[in-house]
Design a protein around this ligand. Structure first.
Ligand SMILES: Nc1ncnc2c1ncn2[C@@H]1O[C@H](COP(=O)(O)OP(=O)(O)OP(=O)(O)O)[C@@H](O)[C@H]1O
Ligand SMILES: [Mg+2]
Length: 400
């Protein structure tokens, strides 16, 4: 119960002091004290005392069973002493007595059988001994006090915990904000760089193609240029993927219909579907709520492109859109080559690819995952080699 921080300590002390004053007034007494059981439950600590001037409060501690306070705490029974002079045992216990009067009341404060502390009252104004009426009054007050202290302490503890938690969260937020600021400036830099690279790239490829057209089939220069073109194609894919990603970042305020976004992504890949004889089956709901456009179309495009590349011998791509658990679930199930278990987590890492040079930059899924993170959503895969893969995207329907 003790060992609190000073703010809590002060508030409890203030409350105890007022309560003790009230109790003294009710029974017409002038001296009293309240002890609280400390955390370890082994000792009682003097928290407030009225009109006992010469004691430094902090120093008064009683073990359970020690002195009259300790005895009352141990036995959990209220004690009314009319004249201590006539009570041999108690008189001995009260050897270092602090009270002037020979009559006193000492009552344990409890909550649901658990000891909270002890309240002591002595020195009636009229000098008379205490009686059963006084005891009843103090007992009633002790009951309320027990509950109040228990609740107040819990409340203050909870408040302290919430404050600490709040401080911790603010710290974490501040840290992630600094991190975000860093990323944002790196992002801007990369974005600028990608645009700069993209502009001359078109021209370079065009001139390489023109040069290739002018060269004989068996010329050595032609074979060098063909190799160079493979590298350039890889660069184009890489730049395109990054451009898609940065483009998505600038769309914050727009809203988008998921079904339309999927249709548009299919439209972009229709050549691939007819080329490889791939059938598409769609299971769409009749309507869906709109979502913010953080570049979700890029995600669909990447998944559809991968499915195409995994079904070069033909197959079926099944797309299902559902409203589920307060969000939208979109799954793309192909019956292509499948993904070995040991690389299923790696495929979301940047630059991880199993495709040949010039065919894959290994960025499609990494970028898709980043975009899905903007929605606080999820993207995951279930796959079996030789049977196919199912990519699922889940977008929660919260206002972003
Ligand atoms: N539907 C799929 N079926 C089989 N393997 C897949 C499928 N989708 C992704 N993969 C595997 O995951 C890897 C990573 O995919 P990701 O889209 O990130 O990069 P990529 O397709 O290799 O290159 P990029 O998309 O940048 O052109 C792929 O190389 C492939 O091995
Ligand atoms: Mg890909």
């Amino acid at each position: 119960m003790h060992a609190m921080n000073s703010e809590r300590d002060n508030r409890i002390k203030e409350f105890l002091s007022l309560s003790l004053e009230r109790c003294l007034k009710e029974v017409g007494a002038q001296t009293g004290s309240i002890f609280l059981l400390e955390n370890s439950k082994k000792e009682l600590i003097l928290e407030v005392a009225h009109h006992i001037s010469d004691i430094p409060l902090e120093s008064v501690r009683k073990r359970m069973g020690e002195d009259i306070v300790g005895l009352v705490a141990l036995q959990r029974k209220p004690l009314l002493v009319r004249d201590i002079g006539k009570e041999g045992n108690l008189k001995r216990m009260n050897s270092n007595r602090r009270y002037c009067s020979s009559s006193f009341i000492s009552v344990p404060m409890q909550v649901r059988g658990e000891l909270v502390g002890v309240i002591n009252i002595t020195d009636k104004f009229d000098g008379a001994p205490f009686d059963n009426n006084d005891l009843n009054t103090v007992e009633k007050i002790a009951n309320y006090l027990g509950i109040a202290i228990h609740s107040l302490n819990n409340y203050l503890k909870e408040q302290h915990r919430i404050n600490e938690q709040f401080k911790k969260e603010i710290e974490e937020l501040r840290a992630s904000l600094t991190q975000l600021e860093k990323f944002a400036s790196i992002g801007k830099m990369i974005g600028g760089f990608v645009h700069e690279v993209n502009n001359p790239l078109d021209g370079i490829i065009r001139y390489v193609n023109l040069a290739l057209d002018c060269l004989d089939e068996d010329s050595l220069v032609k074979s060098y240029l063909t190799e160079a073109k493979k590298g350039l194609n890889r660069l184009v894919r890489f730049v395109k993927a990054l451009l898609d990603f940065f483009w998505g970042l600038s769309l914050k305020d727009k809203e988008i219909n998921i079904l339309e976004a999927i249709e548009e992504a299919f439209l972009m890949r229709c050549n691939c579907f007819s080329l490889h004889n791939i059938k598409v089956e769609k299971f769409f709901p009749s309507s869906l709520p709109h979502i913010s456009d953080f570049g979700i179309k890029v995600v669909f495009d990447n998944i559809i492109k991968n499915a195409c590349e995994a079904m070069k011998e033909g197959g079926v791509l099944k797309v299902t859109v559902l409203l589920e658990n307060g969000g939208i679930k979109i799954s793309f199930k192909d019956n292509g080559v499948g993904i070995p278990k040991d690389i299923q987590e790696k495929i979301f890492e940047p630059f991880f690819t199993t495709k040949s040079m010039g065919e894959g930059a290994g960025l499609g899924l990494a970028i898709s995952r980043e975009i899905i993170n903007r929605y606080r959503g999820k993207i995951y895969v279930e796959s079996e080699v030789g049977k196919g893969s199912e990519f699922t995207v889940y977008i929660p329907l919260i206002k972003n």
